[in-house]
Design a protein around this ligand. Structure first.
Ligand SMILES: Cc1cc2nc3c(=O)[nH]c(=O)nc-3n(C[C@H](O)[C@H](O)[C@H](O)COP(=O)(O)OP(=O)(O)OC[C@H]3O[C@@H](n4cnc5c(N)ncnc54)[C@H](O)[C@@H]3O)c2cc1C
Length: 324
């Protein structure tokens, strides 16, 4: 096995981005004429590992340990180092999640390697993998190659690869017994900050309706909320809306907010500044409603409605309700 996808789960629930990483691992394996495998870490993860057994993979590693129950960078890095020493993958891929951002540099550095982070695409050039990363808020794409022998590491941006292109198959599940020692784990996990009652995971949303400054006042937001409800969508926003406290920060999309890649992203009264676009341009279908026909959002929109949102949004909401 040459390519290993490290999946992320928390409390027995997959992070949906992991399946994009798995699809990328399969794709890269096909292009390089080799095989891919997957690993999942945690405690009580046999069921999750079993799910991966139905994918086209050479092997699935279930890395089970009581010290992996709650995430800590020390335990994750140590367990993965041990797994890598045994499985000897040339390339190890991760979803670019907050958790991966936390431990991947430590893991890579401890093996005297670098990790290429937030990769948006790749190509194979003369048998060599070339990774693409964005610089300067997405204005420039940089080609990056690993200069070292494996294991080489990369994390993949949300939406860069398509989970719906995963190839089904069957793969044996192997339990990997990591040797972890409680005295080596220096952090004590506390309650997760996102696990509040209002937790919202925009990264997992299939449809997002996002509102921008065109909405003018906080009192007008319920109008857009109704459109989101009609579509069964999560509500999100551009930065000025969250800065003003009209919606919580956790709903901000963009370079200083969340990166999202839903099936459909409806941008309502959002101009399409580069800092916003980098957070949502991986969306499958973008619908933009804006009164300015020259708004940059239309450059990436699949469907554009040039009009006054105060007229368009209620009419669209009614039409969607009727169509249901
Ligand atoms: C370091 C840095 C980080 C940043 N991070 C982020 C980030 O994470 N996310 C983010 O979103 N921004 C971010 N920004 C801010 C970004 O540059 C823009 O200022 C912001 O995205 C603009 O938000 P907007 O599109 O809602 O507002 P505007 O740019 O003001 O656009 C409002 C749009 O609404 C339209 N409109 C107005 N009235 C109507 C109407 N009645 N009907 C229809 N359309 C109407 C207008 O034509 C306009 O296109 C960042 C900026 C910096 C410098």
């Amino acid at each position: 096995m040459t390519i290993l996808a490290v999946m992320e789960q928390r409390g027995g629930e997959w992070n949906r981005m992991s399946f994009e990483t798995l699809a990328a691992a399969q794709q890269l394996a096909r292009e390089l004429g080799t095989t891919a495998g997957a690993a999942v870490l945690g405690q009580g993860i046999a069921g999750l590992a079993g799910e991966l057994g139905s994918k086209q993979l050479e092997k699935v590693y279930a890395v089970e340990h009581e010290l992996l129950k709650d995430y800590t960078p020390d335990a994750y890095a140590a367990a993965l180092r041990q797994l890598i020493a045994q499985a000897k993958p040339a390339i190890v891929l991760f979803p670019h999640t907050y958790q991966v951002r936390d431990f991947l540099p430590k893991l890579a550095t401890s093996l005297d390697r670098v990790a290429v982070s937030d990769v948006v695409a790749h190509r194979v050039d003369n048998g060599q993998v070339v990774l693409v990363r964005q610089l300067f808020q997405g204005k420039v794409n940089a080609d990056v190659r690993w200069a070292t022998e494996g294991p080489n590491f990369a994390s993949l941006q949300a939406g860069a690869y398509r989970a719906d292109q995963l190839a089904e198959g069957s793969a044996p599940v192997e339990n990997f017994a990591s040797q972890l020692n409680a005295s080596e784990i220096r952090t004590k996990p506390q309650d997760l900050f996102r696990e509040t009652q209002r937790a919202v995971d925009l990264g997992a949303a299939e449809i997002i309706v996002s509102v921008g400054r065109g909405i003018k006042e906080a009192d007008n937001i319920p109008m857009v909320e109704k459109l989101a409800e009609a579509l069964g969508a999560e509500l999100a926003a551009s930065r000025p809306i969250c800065d003003a406290g009209w919606l919580p920060m956790e709903r901000q999309v963009g370079s200083s907010g969340q990166t999202v890649a839903p099936k459909m992203y409806v941008a309502v009264g959002i101009s399409g500044a580069i800092q916003h676009l980098v957070g949502m341009k991986g969306s499958r279908t973008v619908v933009a409603i804006n009164k300015d026909p020259n708004a940059p959002i239309f450059e990436i929109a699949d469907y554009g409605i040039v009009g006054d949102l105060f007229q368009v949004v209620p009419e669209l909401t009614e039409a969607i309700k009727k169509a249901k």
